[in-house]
Design a protein around this ligand. Sequence first.
Ligand code: GLA
Length: 409
Amino acid sequence: MLVPSLFLLVCELLTSSQGLDNGLALTPPMGWLSWLRFGCNTDCEKKPTECISENLIKRTADVMASEGYLEAGYQYVTIDDCWPEKSRDDDGRLVADKNRFPNGMKELSRYVHSKGLKFGIYEDYGNLTCGGYPGVMGHELIDVASFAVWEVDYVKLDGCYAEDMDTGYPLFGKLLNYTHRPILYSCSWPAYQNSPNYTAIAESCNIWRNYGDIQNNWQSVVNIMNWFGEHQDDFAHIAGPGNFNDPDMLVIGNSGLTVDQARVQMAVWSVLAAPLIMSVDLSTIKQEFKEILLNKDVIAVNQDPLGKQGLRVYNEDDIQIWIRELSNNSRALAFVNLRTNETEVLYTHEKIKLPTQDYIVKDLYGEENDTILGSTEDFKVKINATGVKFYKFIPKADEVDPICENEIK
Ligand code: GLA
């Protein structure tokens, strides 16, 4: 008797208070997603290297494993919208497009896993996905079952055409938990609401999109930064191990950002403890952008184990300062210049909201040598046009002396 048992399961899930319990995203997830770069391109005949297909996913997984991305922490390879057939099968199951994914999702997932990576997939809580493919509404159980059979590790659940998200997103999260497979749950829920209840969202989701879609241009990156700066008091404090706000994908490596602008996005996203989700053709990316994506010191800020989201603490005359508290009393400071000319600025400790003490200052993009900033000294920063200076400030008193450390060992 399938129907009554399903009914009982749904009732049990709806009434149980158990929230998200998957042990995932203790630091912001890192990976790759097809959407920004490859969109809903389904024409593999005309554009064989650009279409959403198993070839694209395999090619991306190969590069991520062989070119240092996985080693740097990027582990999720996620297919965004436009992967299924337009109709479910006779049993109501989602089916991967037969031409573009001839071997099906399970085989593709196994391939991704064979590279040491994790496999992610997109769906939508409504009747249809934003791109017009079948959504999960009314098929929640069978879709979660398919994802478990396909050994999916990450689900991005969008909210086009969805109703009653406050019930649906938690229910779907509980179904994911119910598989006993650790599946990272990325929700678009707040992006579709005017006054989201972030506390409830964090109880159900690992990461969540707060705002509209990023585009392949500088204005869009600045717009998202400004929105996050203006609304930070609503949600920055909710972030922490297991739960992160998501300002959307990294545009880095595509045609829309210069190297300086790409450095801004990587720095601010790291201060925001944002998921670092690339969306670029990794087989053709230029070296200078690859270096930004693989910058170990910047990634270390993003992945700081405290998981504390940073804040915009200064925003005047097109100069912004973003600060994130890190472990060991250190801080990351991003000085962003939105002006179209190079700018030199001078700050007091008070202005940059730093406790007054001596610091070792490290330039995380490695252009300047380490310096010591005394507690009474002002801090001078020279920033490229539409660029960033990104520093780690380490309290001098807390510095671990390498000689002592060796002696202790
Ligand atoms: C929405 C999402 C995007 C992408 C598209 C796919 O716009 O916000 O990130 O997933 O849908 O159709």
